[in-house]
Ligand binder design. Structure first.
Ligand code: SAH
Length: 189
């Protein structure tokens, strides 16, 4: 009944996305979200993925093994805080229907590349402005690593401050699990 956090994020996004949509993976990491988004948007859709590390871009590319999916994904080695400019260039006139964030650091990768509150908040604000009606933003926060709790607090404070007429904001969390990740979902009204 209660999916693990990442599966729940996928389930919500899959419900919202339609063939032909534009979708964004704001933190490619190992590319799992990008692969799911690419399946969902279909041959006429487009996925734009962001990461700062070449390692993440490479593993995301390697995950796009389903036929045709690699052709509908653009990977950019740019911070997600530059999302508006990249989308204006790569997908002019289109609004994303889903933007997924999976915060923290790439497991096994360089922790110096962990996401940071300032840039995360800038990217979230940008995503909310860009999102198409009926769209969704998902954010998985990890409080367990150094700086992770502060980032989660900043993200949740930002989310709580969104005026209710603007968006529905939902938090999904296993409350009795120690330092477990949580999932935030934002759907504009
Ligand atoms: N914590 C997750 C994995 C998160 S991966 C887990 O345990 O499964 C997060 C990715 O975000 C990393 O690959 C990192 O390089 C990337 N990242 C960090 N800052 C970024 C930024 N400003 N823009 C885009 N990607 C960023």
């Amino acid at each position: 009944m209660f999916h693990p956090i990442l599966n729940q994020a996928h389930a919500w996004v899959e419900r919202v996305l339609r063939p032909g949509d534009l979708a964004v993976d704001a933190t490619l990491g190992n590319g799992r979200d990008a692969a799911i988004l690419a399946e969902r948007v279909g041959p006429l859709g487009l996925v734009i993925g962001f990461d700062l590390q070449q390692e993440a871009l490479d593993s995301a590319r390697a995950r796009l093994t389903s036929p045709g999916t690699a052709d509908r994904v653009i990977l950019v080695k740019t911070g997600h805080e530059g999302m508006a400019a990249v989308l204006a260039r790569k997908a002019p006139g289109r609004r994303p229907r889903a933007v997924m964030f999976n915060l923290g650091y790439l497991p096994g990768g360089d922790r110096a590349f962990a996401t940071k509150p300032d840039t995360t908040l800038a990217a979230l604000a940008s995503a909310l402005d860009l999102l198409s009606p009926g769209g969704i933003i998902t954010v998985v926060c990890y409080p367990g690593h150094v700086g992770g709790q502060d980032e989660q607090d900043a993200v949740l404070a930002w989310a709580r401050s969104i005026p209710p007429p603007r968006a529905t904001v939902v938090l999904y969390q296993f409350l009795n699990a120690h330092k477990a990740p949580c999932l935030l979902a934002i759907t504009p009204k």
